[in-house]
Design a protein around this ligand. Sequence first.
Ligand code: SF4
Length: 605
Amino acid sequence: MKYYRVEKQEEFSRRTLRILNMVPDIRDILCTKQGLEAKRNKIRATLNAIMANTYDETPDIPSLEWVLTHDAIVAWRNLFSKRNASLAKFNFPAYLNGLANGRLPADQDPPSSGFFAELDHLVRGIAQCTRIYPEQIPAFLKHKGQKAARLRSADLSRMAKTGRRFMERYASGLDAGVIRRRSRNKLRILKKFNATELEWNNWSWHCRHIIRNADTLASLVRISDDEFQAVKAAEVAKVPFGITPYYLALLDNRPDSPHDRAVRAQVIPSLKYVQSISESRHQGCTSMDFMLENDTSPIEAVTRRYPNVVILKPVLTCPQICVYCQRNWQIEDVHSKTAAVSTKVVNRAIDWIAKNREINEVLITGGDPFLLSNSRIEHLLRRLSANRNILRIRIGTRTPVTLPQRITDALAKIVSRHHIPGKREVVIVTHFEHHYEITPESMEAVQKFRRSGINVYNQLVYTFYNSRKFEAAALRQKLRLVGVTPYYTFNTKGKDETDDFRVPIARLLQEQKEEARLLPGTVRTDEAVFNVPGLGKNYLDASQHHNIISILPDGRRIYEFHPWEKKLALVDTYVYTDVSIHQYLKRLKAAGENGRNYRSIWYYY
Ligand code: SF4
């Protein structure tokens, strides 16, 4: 067997042992001359002994440090499981052994800084030196009565002020200055199209003037060279691209604005994305169907992953395309005239739903169903409402965000007509990604439904572009104020072409526990979920629904996800390779973030 050259091996070994020095017992076992199997067993026994200690009385160690130790040991034990090594197709103990002893086979990838960072924090976890807490135990714990309450109150105020300071960094679309800026953007766009305010308020006008190419885009708003090149490439490769004039007015007229990166990233693809999509197409690659919808569609236009709920897709286009869209493999073009599924197919799908009498909830999505005409929407709702088993109709639409003019009084009336308290509920599920997208127009669109008795929920996709400290919390606060209830926060899909959007699972967990948790219960109503391909939603909050099973040399964690029907049916689990925490933090740093504010991320598994 070939090995890395000596100097490299020495460097790997030095770095590894420097970290393992914090846990001498494990280091010494790894450095003996025994075989890997014996070492694995001894390390497991050592971990078990530390775990047993965590249940004993240890007054000198604060309880929460013990909790961290406990979590880290569970992670270590998973990494040392043979079953997990085979699931992950990577043998972590063998790799660590090779590193520690200067015997890493040359056919293995070299350890990255991301790998060492993970190892360092795993070791800190069991060595009780995570350093995530301030040095001092809070003063209020040493007192009783009102003195304790006052000290506690001061601590809580400090925490709340920190949260507020972070949230104030992010401009909202309802800020007076932003509203003025966007009025100017609107005038500029209207002038370019030689159109009137009346036309601006008409959704069909926006649909007819969707910006579909780089030259028009560059003539309306200042964009960077990279953005221009990417949109040009999308045109050539026929990768769907489009922006409604309304949404375009949300972009600041300078490519380096500190405020609009989330809205730009939402619709302007990167060159890497365009190249990746066109390569997949050329290779006839089916992997773009990441959610395996082809395998969960019992009849055309229907997807079924749950006992009572089905998805009905009557239209396969949107007024503009979110770059990370999970259905980008189905969407041929932006606002495509041919994307509406025929009435015959829709009727057949509705008949099929009626025959399956246990289905009592239908999510109408697509594409964006509000691109259909009022009469087709009325037809759909009427036919579904004729099925007495249907208790709830959810309509998934991003038009309140991308095309709020579409939410007319007439549309709100059609929708609310089928909402009959006590009999059938109709709800809107929309998709705000950032509170920079919340504008007076989108608020009015939401209010049109709310005034008709229709509840509006939000599904947030947690991406790199809205994952800074308290950024999603700021969105939740504003959503509630405009009448929207946060519903789900989705982990970004692990699709290769949308790698730039992905956020480590650990960050999503950290956001839920440390940022969303500071909000009142009426605001943090959303659940963090991972939509497991072919299996449906996995609730990330519950640690018993997923396990870390390996860490790759490049620092990416591998998880095993359990299906929602765990303990109900013997279906398969799903193995998922995450993005590297180290790389993610590097990107945040390059975007001006202070890494210390994210330091506990490593201890979420
Ligand atoms: S609105 Fe939904 S379906 Fe349309 S592009 Fe965005 S994520 Fe995809």
